[in-house]
Unconditional design. Structure first.
Length: 310
């Protein structure tokens, strides 16, 4: 067989292999797209079960869940959240407390005004409470929502019964020389399909199980909020360090933190904890950002804190 003919055969085989690889990738992506669409549709249906409400405030529309009776817990969700995650975080308390769980700016039909700072988010929450005839609340915040909760407690001490932080963003101990202007995921991944494809790597990147994706979908309805958190909310305690005088907090504080959390820096929390005047600091060795496996311990401490400060 001539070398030219052999070369032609090898080239033909190479083309076939290339076509097969491209076909496999195309089929894989098509299957994943279909599965993603099914999961997104299920996500929309899941949201309907929360029976969320909408209210027009000075900032525009705010979407929220309001369930239960008794002392009020204002639940403030983190990044990729919304009224659904805010309510889920405290659903087990809805039989004893009134839960108000709003979507923050840009999340699940809540508008995003020109000023999306944590200070403005806190002001809008105070306005929401006024409209709902609520005077004082316990603040319970997770992750990125911690910045807004801390801001609220500082700006409205007379309306804050207590501040509870789960795997939360925490203030710095000292004013930084520099800080990251963007603290969030790459923008090209902040959509339904991009995050769906990334889910097998959630454990490696975020310390969360892949099925966490189902509580995040539909991500396209949360995109504006994610961008606000990444560029405005998350850097705010560093960017405006002098405005977060943590030592002035008047409300008692309960903080839950996990050492192996890949999303909230434990060392930063440990260093900053001395800045909180009246603080109970609960630390778990493992459990990740979602504090997996510590439900009973958390509920025990939480119930004790709420009962003591009613």
């Amino acid at each position: 067989m001539s070398s030219a003919k052999s070369k032609k055969i090898r080239k033909g085989r190479g083309v076939i292999i290339f076509i097969v690889i491209i076909s496999v990738i195309a089929i894989f992506l098509l299957v994943q797209y279909i599965l993603c669409r099914i999961a997104v549709n299920a996500g929309y249906k899941r949201l309907e079960a929360y029976q969320s409400k909408e209210i027009e405030l000075s900032c525009g529309t705010v979407t929220y869940v309001d369930k239960g009776d008794g002392d009020v817990i204002l639940s403030i969700h983190g990044i990729f959240g919304g009224y659904d995650q805010a309510f889920d975080n405290v659903e087990n308390l809805a039989s004893e407390y009134r839960i108000i769980a709003p979507s923050r700016f840009g999340y699940l039909r809540s508008d995003a005004p020109g000023d999306t700072s944590p200070k403005e988010q806190a002001r809008v929450f105070a306005e929401l409470l006024d409209e709902l005839n609520v005077d004082k609340v316990f603040l319970l915040a997770t992750s990125a929502g911690g910045t807004v909760a801390i801001r609220f407690a500082l700006d409205y001490p007379e309306r804050t019964k207590g501040l509870i932080l789960y795997s939360s963003a925490m203030p710095l101990k000292e004013k930084p020389d520099s800080f990251q202007e963007y603290l969030g995921p790459p923008t090209f991944l902040c959509n339904n399909f991009g995050m769906w494809l990334l889910r097998p790597f959630f454990n490696l990147i975020m310390g969360m199980e892949p099925n966490t994706i189902y509580s995040m979908l539909p991500i396209n309805e949360r995109y504006d909020g994610v961008m606000i958190d990444a560029s405005v909310t998350n850097p705010d305690m560093a960017r405006n360090f002098d405005e977060y005088i943590i030592e002035n907090l008047q409300a008692p504080v309960l903080i839950f933190q996990v050492k192996d959390d890949k999303m909230a820096n434990y060392e930063q929390a440990e260093q900053a904890i001395s800045r909180f005047p009246d603080c109970t600091f609960i630390v778990f060795e493992t459990g990740g950002h979602l504090m997996v496996g510590h439900g009973e311990e958390i509920n025990k401490e939480l119930n004790a804190f709420l009962g003591k400060n009613k």
